[in-house]
Design a protein around this ligand. Structure first.
Ligand SMILES: [Zn+2]
Length: 169
């Protein structure tokens, strides 16, 4: 399938599984350490039933169960308004519209996050090594980050529209 081969190609260029923008360098075995950098004191924790009650079925499947919307079908892949993309689950500001770019992937793509509001974890599912991205506050699954993005970061945060809620500026 086209999408899978596209992702596989992207992975080939993702040599380092950790975030490239971090300053530390050589420890290639500490792939899980980035998951622990966020301050967890004010995390939002809810049961599956609670999330189900407040989200649409699509939001629940993608954000809480690590699903993926089909390319070119989401609400925001071709969305160009000025504002902030927040977490659909908890409202945490995650991406600014001025860091959104045309990746051609069919998913909303950003070259940077807001602050350090996105957590990165190693994802070895589906026969690929990727870096999954989560909301720092509620652990909502957002998508994946790749290191084939544009300047100035070189990163491509590939995000499901269903995990986001846009707020106009
Ligand atoms: Zn969240």
């Amino acid at each position: 399938m086209f999408i899978r081969s596209y992702l596989a190609i992207a992975v080939l260029f993702s040599v380092s599984p950790a975030c490239n923008s971090q300053s530390s360098t050589t420890d290639t075995n500490s792939t899980q350490s980035s998951a622990m950098k966020a301050d967890t004191t004010d995390k939002i924790i809810k049961t599956d039933e609670e999330w189900k009650a407040m989200l649409t079925p699509e939001q629940y499947e993608i954000a809480r169960k690590k699903g993926t919307e089909r390319a070119f079908t989401g609400e925001y892949w071709n969305h160009h308004e000025d504002g902030v993309y927040k977490c659909a689950c908890c409202g945490m500001p995650l991406f600014n519209s001025d860091t959104k770019f045309e990746s051609g992937s069919g998913w909303p793509s950003f070259y940077n996050e807001i602050g350090e509001n996105v957590t990165e974890v190693r994802d070895a599912s589906q026969g690929m090594i990727r870096t999954e991205i989560l909301c720092m506050k509620c652990d909502a699954h957002l998508g994946h980050v790749f290191d084939d993005g544009p300047n100035p970061t070189g990163l491509r945060y590939c995000v499901n529209s269903a995990s986001l809620k846009f707020e106009k500026r």
